[in-house]
Design a protein around this ligand. Sequence first.
Ligand SMILES: O=C(O)CCC(=O)C(=O)O
Length: 264
Amino acid sequence: MDAGSSISQRYQNDGYVSPVQLISDDEAKSHRAKLEEVEREYGSLHYRSKIHTLLSFAADLATSKPVLDAVEQILGPDILLYDCTYITKEPQTDSHVSWHQDLTYWGLSGDEQVTLWLALSPATEISGCMRMIPESHKQGKVEHIEIKDENNVLFRGQNVTGVDESRALMCPLEPGQASFHHGWTLHASMPNRSNDRRIGFNVQYITPSMKQTINPNASALMVRGNDRFNHYKTDIPASGVMEKEAVEYQAKLDKATKETWTNA
Ligand SMILES: O=C(O)CCC(=O)C(=O)O
C-alpha cells in the first residue's frame, strides 16, 4: 500500500495500517549499516529511548517528509515526536513481545498518538513480525497484568490475557516498509527464528494537545505544524553520532522515560 489518503481510513477502521512503503530498500539497508557501525563500537542500541537525541540519522529518518506526510494523515497537521527507539530481536532468540496496548503505561492524557514501526531488515512470520488484532482499538483501554519474563521486550512484562488469536493478522514488512498502529490496538510479536537480526525503527508521534500526566519535565520535538499548548520541553535532536554531550543527555531522557513507565 502506498502512502495515500486511505492511510487515515484504514487506520481509523482497523486501528493500524500495514504495509506502507516509506523509504526504499536501499535506504533501509543504508540506515541499518549506519546503525550497526555504531553498535559495533558502542554495543547494542536496542530499546534505548529518545534515540533521535543520540543519532542524527535516526532524527533525520523520524522527521523525514515521507514519514511525516503519513503521520499527518493520521494525526493532522500538528505533530510532536514523542519517542524514538530501535527494537531488535537477535537471530534465533526467544525475545518476543506479549499482547499489549502501547498507551497503557505512558501516562498520556488522551489517545491522539500513533506508533510507526519501520523495518530495517525483513520482518516476517519467521523473524517475529508484529501481529495485530484488527479493530481492537475501538474497545479502548483493557486490563493488563504483569508477568515476569526475561524474554519479553516490554519493560513491565505487561500482558493482555485471553486474546482471541484467531483474529490476529500478521504484519510482514520488507526493509523500507512500515506499519502504523493506534495506542489502543492490541499487538504482539513472536521470537526471531531466522538467521538475521530483526530490526524495527519505532517512533511515537502525538498531537501537542496531549499532556504527560506523570513526568512534569517531559520533552518532545515539534516536527510539523504548530504547538499552541506548550506542554513539553524541547528535545535537542542529535547533530552527530554518539557525541559526548548527547550521550549524557539521552541517558537522562531514557531514565526519565523508564521512570514514567514504572510509575504509570
Ligand atoms: O517490535 C516488536 O516486535 C513490537 C513492537 C511494539 O510493540 C510496538 O511498536 O508498539
